[in-house]
Design a protein around this ligand. Structure first.
Ligand SMILES: C[S@@+](CC[C@H](N)C(=O)[O-])C[C@H]1O[C@@H](n2cnc3c(N)ncnc32)[C@H](O)[C@@H]1O
Length: 245
């Protein structure tokens, strides 16, 4: 997979792209992430990328010309036409299933906004998709782009040490993950649940499934609509929700 990022601040990406799972995936050739400075595509001599909003109001708006020029040039660098995504708080909310969907694409082109955002014609005529990472406003699209890259890359086969992590972790099956413990078995008088020390795999799996369901019912009941639950598990949810009230 190849991901091109169009940004005014390429230097912001260096840490996250070098460390941990992302760093390994890039180094191992699973994904290529190429950074492009939008300012390089501004044609005037001062490389101006923003201007005052028509109609007045606070802040500056990113001009359309450098963004169109950048996407056109970057898209032409590879035979695969990239799926062009604008990071914006007005986009569809990023979820695990959107991460899955995007990880199946051969190429993504991410456009990071800044200032008050981008000229509306970019949204209307340049991008294929708009993604938000949450209902809050950040200063720029760089952190959202990094979040999106991480979500997508960890879905790529081979990116994680164990593919099982993907099916077990929170949001994989519409449930939050069960509680995790490691050594020591007792810490400051707090014990790890006995079942996890029992070595009994079926009982451990049953306990984890139950904890996952209870935890989701108590913390994020909205997620349960997507979860495939048995009749008995639905009753467990009803009990947990009744306790909560
Ligand atoms: C200060 S924001 C602009 C917000 C814009 N004025 C609005 O109200 O919709 C600047 C840039 O940060 C990025 N951004 C901010 N919050 C975001 C979020 N929650 N998800 C994705 N991108 C975001 C976008 O690229 C946006 O163009």
């Amino acid at each position: 997979m190849r991901i091109d990022v169009l940004t005014l601040f390429p230097e912001m990406f260096s840490g996250p792209l070098q460390a941990s799972i992302l760093g390994r995936a890039i180094e191992g050739g699973l994904v290529e992430v190429v950074l492009h400075n939008i300012r390089d595509y501004a044609e005037d001599k001062h490389h101006v990328v923003d201007d005052y909003p028509f109609g007045g109001g606070p802040g500056m708006v990113m001009k359309p010309e450098p963004l169109f020029a950048a996407v056109d040039a970057v898209a032409g660098l590879e035979p695969a036409k990239g799926h062009v995504i604008l990071l914006t708080p007005q986009g569809r909310l990023l979820t695990q299933s959107i991460g899955d969907e995007l990880s199946r694409r051969e190429r993504l082109i991410l456009v990071c906004g800044h200032y008050e955002g981008v000229d509306e014609r970019v949204r209307e005529h340049l991008v294929d998709d708009e993604i938000s990472i949450g209902d809050y406003v950040l200063s720029g699209g760089e952190l959202p782009a990094m979040v999106l890259i991480d979500v997508v890359v960890r879905r790529l086969p081979g990116a994680l040490g164990s593919e099982e992590s993907l099916t077990e972790e929170s949001h994989a099956q519409g449930l939050l993950e069960y509680p995790q413990y490691t050594r020591p078995a007792e810490f400051r008088g707090w014990q790890v649940p006995d079942v996890l020390l029992s070595g009994h795999h079926a009982q451990i799996a049953a306990w984890r499934r139950q904890q996952s369901i209870l935890r989701t019912a108590r913390r994020r009941p909205d997620l349960l609509e997507r979860a495939a639950l048995t009749e008995a598990e639905r009753r467990l949810v009803a009990e947990a929700l009744a306790e909560k009230d």
